[in-house]
Ligand binder design. Structure first.
Ligand code: FCB
Length: 478
């Protein structure tokens, strides 16, 4: 890290972060890599799902995502340009592990290239810059088809194959990766795959399957955790949990919010803690939710309702004045990050376990097209212009970093922050339209163009802190 102290005027101050704080970005294999083989040979559940027009918004770029596979060297240079000292990526299980005991050398080699670039292995030791610490996610939602076709996580075999996959990665890359994230967001995977059915395996309100898959995910985590700790007991192993800040508006609304928060936020963390399989918690934070008790949903004969739970999601804009949202309609609520991690129950569960903010990001849709989650967008326009000067993303990052700083001051051991995402990418059921990146990517030429937020975040990482004006703690951009 550059030791030079930042200069600021008397009107400015800097929120300094602890020494050795990790600053980075996060990505996931299926959302960026775009290796044609995966899509054409239908190697994964998502390369099948992407063809379903009723489930995935067009355009999808036919599985090419943003072609990180062929741009890996350029992309690591861009990571270095951010002054990052870490990078979170995920392995592509489907391309690596083709069948029981069968691992693909070329697919493994890709990650060797990535790790070499992060380490600058091709340079002499004197020429190497700050090490970019890899944080590796073993699975970021996507399952190999040969496992999803046999019940995916509902089938315990998947957990044992996950263990085999982990051992293979350890054998190959174990000496080079110290931070391991087993699952990404088991709660989102379960909710979208088994409650709303908008993601594979597309089951709706299937609670029997939900809890089978839940157990499979937990067994997978336990087996992978043990394998990594046996390889090197000093390695840090956790998982990334999506946390929503749930807020009941009235006393009568408490039940649906508490149930959601138990199921979504706490259950998997608590289970891993109980099994002594959690060295750190990865937190992916995006928004606040508030459920309203829906008396009709309490009627057991109403089989037509979308969810078996009693709550109905409320639009915060109709409750709280001045609510800010992104183009996807997600409320921007930085305070929720502070609140969800300082709830008494969360503090009790974590009990000193360190936290990494493994995802947090702002999304924009080009040309400010309004976006209806149920609707379809026909325009395929792809212009960089408006999105490049992304003042709202800068504002979003500032507000969330203020919340992270407040957490640290409140005694929560937050050790790092990963912005989601390095690049614009494939956003699951929402296709290619939502753009979360610090770097704009043209979907046809794959040209990368850093946005204003890229420069902003590079400064934050370099200074290990955030400039603010003294008068107002948050500089308003608009
Ligand atoms: C998270 C996912 C990530 C990305 C962001 C926007 O839930 O982990 O892959 O889609 O949301």
């Amino acid at each position: 890290m550059d030791k030079e102290e930042p200069k600021f005027t008397s009107e400015e101050c800097i929120l300094k972060f602890p020494e050795n704080f990790y600053w980075g970005t996060a990505t996931a294999a299926f959302q960026i890599e775009g290796h044609p083989e995966e899509y054409l040979a239908k190697l994964s559940d998502w390369s099948q799902w992407i063809d379903r027009e009723d489930k995935v918004l067009r355009p999808t770029n036919n599985g090419r995502a943003v072609n990180h596979y062929e741009h890996v060297i350029e992309d690591v240079n861009l990571i270095r340009g951010l002054n990052s000292n870490c990078y979170r990526f995920s392995f592509n299980w489907a391309r690596i592990h083709k069948a029981p005991g069968e691992f693909d050398e070329n697919a493994l080699h890709f990650y060797e290239t990535l790790l070499n670039e992060l380490d600058q292995k091709n340079l002499t030791i004197e020429k190497r810059k700050t090490k970019i610490e890899p944080f590796a996610t073993l699975i970021h939602f996507v399952l190999p088809s040969w496992l999803s076709d046999k019940g995916g996580w509902e089938n315990p075999q998947t957990a044992y194959e996950f263990e085999n996959f982990t051992k293979k990665l350890l054998e190959r890359f174990g000496k080079r990766i110290k931070f391991w994230i087993t699952h990404n967001e088991p709660n989102i995977f379960l909710g979208f795959g088994y409650e709303s059915g908008i993601w594979p395996p597309g089951k709706e309100n299937d609670w029997t399957a939900y809890f089978k898959a839940y157990q499979g995910l937990l067994l997978g985590h336990q087996l992978a955790y043990k394998a990594i700790k046996e390889f090197n007991s000093s390695y840090q192993v956790g998982f990334a949990q999506n946390l929503y800040y749930y807020e009941a508006q009235k006393d009568e609304d408490m039940v649906p919010n508490v149930v959601r928060s138990q199921l979504h936020n706490y259950a998997f963390i608590d289970a891993c803690k109980t099994m002594s399989c959690l060295d750190f918690l990865g937190v992916n934070y995006y928004t606040r939710f508030s459920y309203k008790l829906n008396p009709e949903a309490m009627d057991p004969t109403r089989k037509d309702l979308k969810s078996d739970l009693w709550g109905e999601l409320q639009d915060m804009a109709q409750i709280a004045p001045g609510v800010k949202k992104n183009n996807l309609g997600w409320e921007l609520y930085a305070e929720g990050l502070f609140r969800v991690l300082t709830e008494k129950k969360m503090r009790d569960i974590l009990d000193g376990i360190p936290v990494y903010i493994t995802e947090n990001g702002y999304c924009h849709i080009e040309n400010n097209e309004s976006f209806d989650l149920k609707g379809r967008i026909n325009s395929t326009q792809d212009q960089a212009s408006e999105d490049i000067d992304d003042k709202y993303r800068i504002q979003f990052i500032k507000e969330h970093l203020v919340a992270v700083h407040k957490l640290i001051e409140a005694g929560v051991d937050v050790k790092g922050y990963f912005y989601w995402s390095l690049l614009d990418n494939f956003e699951w059921a929402l296709g290619m339209k939502p753009r979360f990146g610090l770097i704009h990517v043209d979907h046809k030429s794959f040209k990368r163009s850093p946005k204003a937020s890229y420069d902003f975040y590079a400064k934050v990482s370099k200074n290990n802190g955030l400039f603010l004006t003294k008068k107002s703690p948050i500089v308003t951009e608009s």
